[in-house]
Design a protein around this ligand. Sequence first.
Ligand code: SF4
Length: 135
Amino acid sequence: MITHDLGVIADLADDVVVMYAGATMEKSGQSAMFYAHHHPYTEGLLESLPSCGDERERLRPIKGQPPSLINLPAGCPYHPRCPYVMDICRTDDPPLRAVPGDGPHVSACWLPTDRAAREAARVELATRTLAGRTL
Ligand code: SF4
C-alpha cells in the first residue's frame, strides 16, 4: 500500500516504511513508528497531525519544501528542513542503522540510536537551532 494517511497506517499496517526524497528514512513495526520513532522526518510527520484533545491553535507543518529529486542536497536529503541538523548531516548521507527496541527497526539518521542519548541530543540541537546558531 502507498499512502500518506497515517490514520490508515495505524489501522491496517503491521510494518511501516517512511520515505523521503525517494529513499527509506525509517522502517519499523507500526507501534514503534508511532511511539518510538527515531527519524526527525517521522517526528515531523506525526507532529503535523491533529489529534484528539489537541489544544494547539495551529498545526505544526514541517518547515520548507521537499527537495527536487534531480538536484538533491548533499549529505542527508532532509538536512535543509531538519531542526536537529549537524555538520555531518550536510556532507555525509546517513546509512540505515539499527535502532534498539522491540523488533526490527532501522533509521537513516546520524542522531544516536540509543533512545536516551537521542532525546538529549534532540533537545540540545533544537535549542541551538532556535537560538539561531548552527553547529
Ligand atoms: S541525519 Fe541529520 S539532518 Fe538528517 S534527519 Fe538526522 S539529524 Fe536531521
